[in-house]
Design a protein around this ligand. Structure first.
Ligand SMILES: [Zn+2]
Length: 295
């Protein structure tokens, strides 16, 4: 065995999954540990309501303890789905701004390094107006929370309907407008970019897509990767996640990704369906990624 390959085998793939917080935030950490994960994604509240959640000192303490015990530090929170910073309705925009602020507050209290956000839908108002609203709101919220330690990650989207963030260029425009660059970054979702038209299913297309990503957004701005196979074809704009190797991206695409040395330090987090024929698929999808890494 040569040095390079032994290094690679002892090197660690930073894998994780989006896990449930039912029964307590700390439960997700315990589950991640039982899956052998070094990373994790959670919601810090019920993601499909506007209702806010205030964390108690006790909850924060238990979470902190579980984090120390498990040693898992690469933790992303995913923000609630109702947030739309680009909304046409001023009432929704106001609610979204308040909700984003609370998301960041909870992340800060829990000491989470990243908050993932779907930037928003322009609802027919156009890309330019939508991006302007998104940027304005983020700058406003950052100003309100000058000491917040959590980095806000804009997620690549599949481009369904009027959603913004499906092209690297759109995301670059958002990043450009945000005054404090040290507080933002990108979360790349493999299913979403593929659905948006960036092929990664072959070695060559993967290399081309990453080259474009690097040129427009910069790999140094990438902090989290959502690893999901895609049920629909490249460019479908349909956001349907599939199990690793069972979708249109396929094993070859994920092999290129997990073995890309430029991404070795970046947590790769599954958001694949939880079950298949009654079987819990998180251990299976993790095993599939590990198998690709070692080959
Ligand atoms: Zn995602």
């Amino acid at each position: 065995m040569n040095i390079a390959s032994s290094d690679k085998q002892s090197g660690e793939l930073i894998l994780g999954a989006h896990l449930s917080i039912s029964g307590g935030l700390y439960k997700a950490l315990e589950e991640a540990e039982s899956l052998g994960c070094k990373a994790l994604q959670i919601f810090t509240k019920n993601a499909s309501t506007w209702r806010e959640k205030t964390l108690s000192r006790e909850e924060i303490g238990i979470f902190e303890e579980a984090r120390k015990k498990t040693g898992i530090r690469s933790i992303a929170a995913h923000s609630a789905y109702l947030i739309n910073l680009a909304a046409k309705d001023p009432d929704i925009r106001k609610k979204s701004r308040a909700a984003l602020k609370q998301e960041l507050v909870r992340c800060g209290q829990l000491g989470l390094p990243w908050l993932v956000l779907h930037a928003g839908f322009h609802m027919g108002e156009g890309e330019k107006t939508g991006i302007k609203r998104i940027v304005g709101t983020i700058n406003h919220v950052f100003k309100q929370l000058p000491e917040n330690p959590t980095r806000l990650l804009l997620e690549t989207t599949a481009g369904q309907g009027t959603s913004l963030g499906s092209s690297f260029k759109q995301l670059a425009e958002m990043m450009h407008g945000i005054s404090n660059k040290n507080r933002v970054g990108i979360c790349m979702d493999t299913c979403h970019i593929f659905a948006a038209g960036y092929d990664i299913s072959s070695r060559q297309s993967y290399m081309e897509t990453m080259k474009e990503f690097d040129m427009i957004l910069g790999i140094n701005n990438l902090y989290v990767i959502h690893v999901n196979d895609a049920l629909k074809q490249c460019g479908s704009r349909v956001d349907r996640h599939a199990h690793i190797g069972e979708g249109m991206i396929g094993s070859r695409g994920f092999s290129s990704l997990v073995n890309d040395p430029r991404l070795s330090k970046i947590p790769k987090i599954l958001e694949t369906p939880k079950k298949k024929d009654g079987k819990n698929m998180d251990p299976e999808n993790i095993a599939r990624l590990r198998a690709l890494y070692l080959t």
